[in-house]
Design a protein around this ligand. Sequence first.
Ligand code: PGA
Length: 250
Amino acid sequence: MRTPYIAGNWKMHKTTAEAEELARSLVRSLDRENKKVMIAPAFTALGPVKGCLEGSHILLGAQNMGPEEQGAHTGEVSVLMLKDLGVEAVILGHSERRHKYGEQDDLINRKVRLALSHDLEVVLCVGETLEQREGGVTRRIVEQQIRGGLKEVGDLGRITIAYEPVWAIGTGKTATPKDADDTHGFIRDLLSRLYSAKVAEDTVIQYGGSVKPNNAAELMSMENIDGLLVGGASLAADSFVPIVRYDTGS
Ligand code: PGA
C-alpha cells in the first residue's frame, strides 16, 4: 500500500514571518490527516519553520542542496547544514533547476546519492518540455532522467518520483489525469525493469504541475498517481489544505 504523499514547494516565496505563519496554520489544519505531508520553504525559513512543525506530522523539506558535503562552493547549501536544521526531505532535479540553472542528470545524481547517504528522503523530479512532448519523446526523456538521476542508487526506500511536465508548471495547464497516469504507469514499469516488481509497486509517484483544489481529487483517483507536488497552490492554507484533504469519494 502506498501512502498518499502531498508536498508543497514554496519556491522563492515568503519572508521568515510569512513562512512561519503559513506553517502554523497548516499544523492547525492538517495534523489529523493520515496522509504524508511535506512542505519545502526557502533555505532562509527552514530553521524557523522547523520550530513551528515541532510535534507535528508534517515533514520539513528543502528545495535543493549542493552536491558536496562542504568546501569552496559559494552560494550552495550543504546536506550537513540541512540536517543540522532538522530537514527530513529534499526536492532534487526540479525543472526550474534543470532549465533555469542548467542542472543535468549527472549533477542531480550526485545530489541524490549524497542526500541518501545522509538519510534524507528525496523527491526526484522528472518531466518533459512542451517541445519534447510535441516531438513525441516524453517517455524517452523521462526514462533518461530517471536512469540518470538514480544511477548507482540501489535502494528506492527513501525515493519519491515526481512527474512534472514542464509545460504544466505554473501555467494553469494540467496534464489530463489520463495523460499523467499513462506516464506514471510508464515510470512504474520502468522501475520494475530497473529494480523489481515489488520496488515499482511500493514507490510513490507524485504528479506536479498546476495542481489546484479542484483537480486534486481527480488526479489522485488515478491508479498510478500516489501523491501531488504543489507549487503555487501551496502558498496559502486555503488552497493547500483542501488539496491535502482531497476526497476521491472511493
Ligand atoms: P505549480 O508548480 O503547482 O505552481 O504548477 C509545481 C512545481 O513546480 O512543483
